[in-house]
Design a protein around this ligand. Structure first.
Ligand SMILES: Nc1ncnc2c1ncn2[C@@H]1O[C@H](COP(=O)(O)OP(=O)(O)OP(=O)(O)O)[C@@H](O)[C@H]1O
Ligand SMILES: [Mg+2]
Length: 363
């Protein structure tokens, strides 16, 4: 019998959020002899144990009935918005066997990781927003970032930089509008930040403060690294690939969605730091990623893949900026690493297949 993998995702009036990726996922599945289909919470017919799922057909999506999947990959990117209301209660029910467990928001994840003495050296200072906290962070750091706990694509992030006794604010709103301001006092900064949070928050979302890292490996740019770490067909964690993201000039973020560009990591690091140091950086990134996913799995249970946003500061020190449980793979396409892009799509399917076969053996 063909193994059937369901991919849980959001589907709104304008369709799926990552149609290109999903097409490839179903196609790679077909080549591996696996049936892959997409579905959303509203597509499940519990009484009949069937799902009205979707598969691509030409340029369109075709609706088809599927019997219960052997395993489900959760690819639902949840934000606290009314349209995502159904997801959390649905996901918590565990109607299916999932290849990846549920994860948490950036701030909670930071609080969990910071308890591990082995990981502390890679974690920037991260605290809930408060006027006093902001003031005390400026005694140690020249820059402080204000970020939403559920943000994505660099949206709603504001950077505050202290320069010549004044404060420079740089950020991008939810609608991608750039914001740039100069303020004289910390009190004004606090008022501005509070106004920003009120306008930018989704539902009852919180914001937090983070030590600003010196990421201008290229002058006037925010530069960081993206690592894709995935389980393979034997259940082992692997580094699938790594790229460097360079933000547009004067931008406080490097995200590809915000106009960032991707570069191959090794050649960039060698040019900036020399051979020996570049090698040390790559090895440390790998070590950090494996130690972190191990810690995460102890806390959250089995996971499948992560995209690590890592800061490599101007001194070559490595920092964990963020860990994405439902990462994109577009960076490999941008770097024209098409083989790696294909591998990044296949690995979760191979891992899901491994889980199903393993449980069939023990049944
Ligand atoms: N503390 C920081 N210091 C310097 N730069 C930062 C810091 N935090 C974030 N950035 C820059 O902003 C970018 C976006 O931040 P982050 O990854 O936390 O949120 P996001 O990208 O909006 O979320 P997601 O990756 O889930 O889409 C980072 O990739 C980095 O370039
Ligand atoms: Mg990010």
């Amino acid at each position: 019998m063909r193994i059937r993998i369901g991919v849980l995702t959001y589907r709104g009036e304008s369709g799926f959020v990552e149609p290109g990726f999903f097409r490839r996922l179903v196609q790679e599945g077909r080549e591996m002899g696996i049936e892959v289909f997409l579905f959303s919470p509203q597509d499940v017919r519990f009484s009949e144990r069937r799902i009205n799922g979707f598969v691509p057909e030409g340029n369109k999506w075709r609706r088809r009935q599927f019997t219960w999947p052997d395993i489900v990959i959760d690819r639902y990117r949840y934000y606290p918005l009314p349209k995502h209301r159904a997801y959390l209660p649905f996901r918590k029910q565990n109607w299916f066997r999932y290849a990846n467990n549920r994860f948490s928001n950036k701030f909670v994840v930071h609080q969990i990781l910071i308890q591990d003495p082995e990981l502390q050296r890679w974690l920037p200072e991260t605290l809930p927003y408060d006027r006093k906290t902001l003031a005390s962070m400026f005694t140690d750091h020249r820059q402080v970032y204000l970020k939403p706990t559920n943000g994505s694509g660099g949206r709603s992030i504001l950077r505050v930089e202290k320069k010549a006794g004044r404060y420079l604010l740089h950020g991008r709103t939810k609608q991608q509008a750039k914001s740039c301001e100069k303020l004289a006092t910390l009190r004004e900064v606090c008022e501005r930040l509070e106004h920003w949070m009120k306008n930018e928050k989704n539902g009852n979302e919180q914001f937090f403060l983070q030590q600003g890292l010196q990421l201008s490996l290229i002058p006037n740019r925010t530069v960081d690294a993206r690592l894709l770490v995935q389980k393979d067909g034997t259940g082992k964690w692997c580094l699938t690939g790594m790229g460097i993201r360079v933000g547009p000039t004067q931008s406080s973020t490097s995200n590809l969605h915000g106009g960032g560009k991707a570069l191959p990591a090794i050649s960039f690091l060698i040019e900036r730091f020399g051979h020996e140091e570049a090698e040390r950086i790559v090895l440390e990134c790998k070590e950090l990623a494996i130690k972190t996913v191990t810690r995460i799995e102890e806390h959250f249970g089995q996971m499948m893949e992560f995209g690590f946003d890592l800061g490599i500061d101007v001194h070559g020190k490595i920092w964990i900026i963020e860990i994405n449980p439902k990462p994109g793979r577009e960076i490999f396409k941008q770097m024209r690493e098409y083989e790696r892009y294909a591998m990044a799509i296949r690995r979760p399917l191979e891992y899901a297949l491994y889980l199903v076969n393993k449980s069939n053996l023990t049944d």
